[in-house]
Design a protein around this ligand. Structure first.
Ligand SMILES: O=C1O[C@H](COP(=O)(O)O)[C@@H](O)[C@H](O)[C@H]1O
Length: 295
């Protein structure tokens, strides 16, 4: 592993403006065809990663609230929620201005253990003072196609100052937090599934998810890539193989949904810990023109 990885539990000093304030060690990653780049930030452990993630969320929230009076945060499901717990009790965060959406959701009741809303509520949303009407949950009890249309309707009805549109008419969300599955899926966009190619809808229905439950809704790739900022969050040994496949094994570029996350105008960051980055050869990125440098 590269020398830049800090020992477990330690937060590395930041030596450039990149990643400043987050802790962790920032590296610049350029995709091989050089059409975009990402900042990859390595943390010593999942705990310091969670602290860094929450510091970043709070920083972007503050910036958005100063600029437009509100902050739109978009959540994934699964293991991400645990990493958001440091936000609970965080001082100096104006949660009253936050609007929280879900990049994907399972078509199940809110009380179901499979519900991303429930996972987020139990770990974080229910413990911070975000007004209930500013949490945009999936409607319960609808056929999945109708649930997707209804969710797009919720987004369309949002105040355009809170959720502005870009020149293509797409919503510009302030920050999307994406988890990744072991197959490289993000949101509920799965490898080789037709939803990956959809360009004309904001929210799609999925009725054959390879990961249960089968019925889901998901934001489309164009909506994801229109965001101002995207943090891909992958902590733990279980993510090491897929992280390496996405960032370094480029034999089939674009084959994995996570490789198609390339914000048009926004900033892309990968937040990794010692375990999830353990298969990366980051030192080689510094030596290679394709992978320009780290700080
Ligand atoms: O099904 C889903 O899986 C991914 C990854 O979840 P994880 O528990 O392996 O971290 C998640 O990002 C997505 O939102 C979710 O619905």
């Amino acid at each position: 592993m590269g020398a830049h990885l800090m020992p477990s539990g330690e937060v590395a000093p930041i030596s450039t403006s990149r990643g400043a304030g987050l802790g962790g060690t920032p590296h610049l990653f350029a995709y091989p065809n050089k059409d975009s780049e990402a900042e990859v930030i390595q943390f010593g452990s999942a705990d310091t990663g969670a602290q860094g993630l929450c510091a970043h969320v709070a920083e972007l929230a503050d910036k958005a609230i100063k600029e437009k009076g509100s902050f739109t945060l978009v959540l994934s499901g699964g293991s991400l929620f645990k990493a958001l717990t440091p936000l609970v009790g965080q001082q100096g965060v104006d949660f009253s201005k936050w609007h929280v959406l879900f990049v994907d959701e399972r078509n199940v009741p809110h009380s179901s253990a499979d519900s991303n809303y429930k996972g987020a509520y139990d770990t974080f949303l229910g413990k911070v003072p975000i007004p209930k009407e500013q949490i945009y949950a999936i409607a319960e009890g609808l056929p999945v196609e109708a649930a997707a249309t209804e969710y797009a309707g919720q987004m369309l009805r949002m105040d355009p100052i809170v959720l502005p549109r870009n020149a293509s008419g797409l919503p510009v969300l302030d920050l999307i937090l994406l988890g990744i599955g072991p197959d490289g899926h993000v949101a509920s966009l799965f490898p080789n599934h037709k939803e990956l190619a959809v360009k004309d809808s904001w929210v799609l229905s999925v009725n054959n998810s390879p990961k249960p439950p089968p019925e889901r809704i998901t934001m489309s790739l164009p909506v994801i890539n229109a965001a101002k900022a995207i943090d891909v969050v992958a902590f733990g040994a279980g993510k090491a193989e897929v992280v390496q496949r996405i960032l370094e094994v480029q034999s089939l570029p674009g084959a994995l949904p996570a490789q198609l996350v390339r914000p048009e105008e926004g900033k892309l960051r990968w937040l990794l810990d010692a375990e999830s980055s353990s298969r990366l050869s980051i030192m080689q990125w510094q030596d290679s023109k394709a992978f320009p440098r780290s700080s």
